[in-house]
Design a protein around this ligand. Structure first.
Ligand code: NAP
Ligand code: ZN
Length: 345
């Protein structure tokens, strides 16, 4: 079954129309018509082969929402017409120690939404397309109060920030979110909804009003003289969402003596860390999206607390230009592709 899409022929090509194959709906599959797909910085890293060679031709996109068209004979949780979402994963083994704990994202046989090889030997193709077939376990219900456009970015930006925040935040904790981009602007809202006292640490002052409106009570810019001196030993938790390399040691020094810094940004280049900054008893941790049950929990949490992405809706022909704006930190705060524009030929 062919579907219209926009994708990349190589690491240096623009995002262009292409048709891709979707499998027929299997017994446990949900086929849905895509309404919207967010543009995550990971799409850019992958489309441009910044994390190593990608598999071309490639359609990226893993913040996908839409309406169910058809379900397989064994599907129980969805029916045609349901509002649904899919994030970064489309399959896993279902039986390893991680899958058993709801940590499907760590499964050695896990299959990501794009640029993975699926169980049929095909390269998975993502959400910059008009339909997708996904196994039921990896499909989520979009709560009625979450619009499909503003809700789409939650499928990656939402779960990536919700998971570590839920792991660490207690009401009243001082939390700093580094980088007010797609992940960061959702993370600020979630941390505030969890009762944290939230600060934004950006590289410029230009987004201060937005940071405060999103729920932060303080806003700092690393471009301002003396910022790190002022922030020394301040935070219980720092969540770094930065897509390029940063001076991690300065951030670690902004933690209090027992604080934790969770890094979710994935710059392509290695970063130097002066590990002595971790003494007295600071923690540096990674985090990768979140499991399936936790993703549904996050969507319900965001619906309940009014958390949603601030978006700019774009057409297929605007994706290439949008990528450059994301890289230069000019997006406010997530581009979301209107899938109805992907069919024009
Ligand atoms: P984004 O929208 O581009 O946001 C990244 C932010 O980094 C920018 O808005 C900017 O915020 C900040 N930044 C600091 N220094 C910068 C510089 N020199 N150039 C450009 N930006 C700079 O990206 P995103 O979609 O939120 O993704 C952020 C990172 O997380 C990416 O590396 C992505 O691959 C990764 N990611 C990881 C996971 C995971 O599971 N761990 C999931 C999704 C994405 P300020 O302007 O406020 O400084
Ligand atoms: Zn993503």
């Amino acid at each position: 079954m062919l579907t219209h899409a926009y994708g990349f022929a190589s690491a240096t090509s623009p995002c262009r129309p292409m048709d891709i194959e979707r499998r027929e709906t299997g017994p446990k599959d949900v086929l849905f018509d895509i309404s919207y797909c967010g543009v995550c910085h990971s799409d850019i890293h992958t489309a441009r082969s910044e994390w190593g060679p990608s598999r071309y031709p490639l359609v990226v996109g893993h913040e996908i929402t839409g309406i169910v068209r058809e379900v397989g004979s064994q599907v129980t949780a969805f029916k045609p017409g349901d509002r649904v979402g899919v994030g970064c994963m489309v399959d896993s083994c279902g039986s390893c120690e991680y899958c058993a704990q709801g940590l499907e994202q760590f499964c050695d046989k896990g299959i990501f939404t794009y640029n993975s090889r699926d169980q049929f030997g095909q390269v998975t193709q993502g959400g910059y397309s008009q339909s997708i077939t996904v196994q039921e376990h990896f499909v989520f219900h979009m709560p009625d109060s979450l619009p499909l456009a503003e809700g789409a970015p939650l499928l990656c930006a939402g779960i990536t920030t919700y998971s570590p925040l839920k792991r660490w935040v207690k009401p009243g904790m001082k939390v700093a979110v580094v980088g007010l981009g797609g992940l960061g602007h959702v993370g600020v809202q979630i941390a505030a909804a969890m009762g944290a006292e939230v600060s934004v640490i950006s590289h410029t002052m230009s987004k201060q009003a937005d940071g405060l409106a999103l729920g932060a009570s303080a806003y700092y810019a690393t471009s301002e003289e003396g910022t790190f001196k002022r922030l020394a030993n301040q935070f219980d938790m720092i969540l770094s969402t930065v897509s390029s390399t940063e001076d991690y040691t300065s951030y670690i020094n902004a933690l209090n003596k027992t604080g934790v810094m969770v890094n979710v940004g994935m710059p392509a280049e290695p970063v130097d860390v002066y590990v002595r900054a971790l003494s007295p008893r600071r923690t540096l941790q990674g985090s990768l999206i979140g499991g399936c049950a936790e993703t549904q929990e996050m969507l319900d949490f965001c619906a309940e607390h009014g958390v949603r992405a601030r978006i700019e809706t774009i057409s297929g022909d605007e994706i290439t230009e949008a990528y450059d704006k994301v890289v230069h930190s000019q997006v406010r705060y997530r581009y979301v592709i209107d899938a109805s524009t992907l069919g024009a030929r």
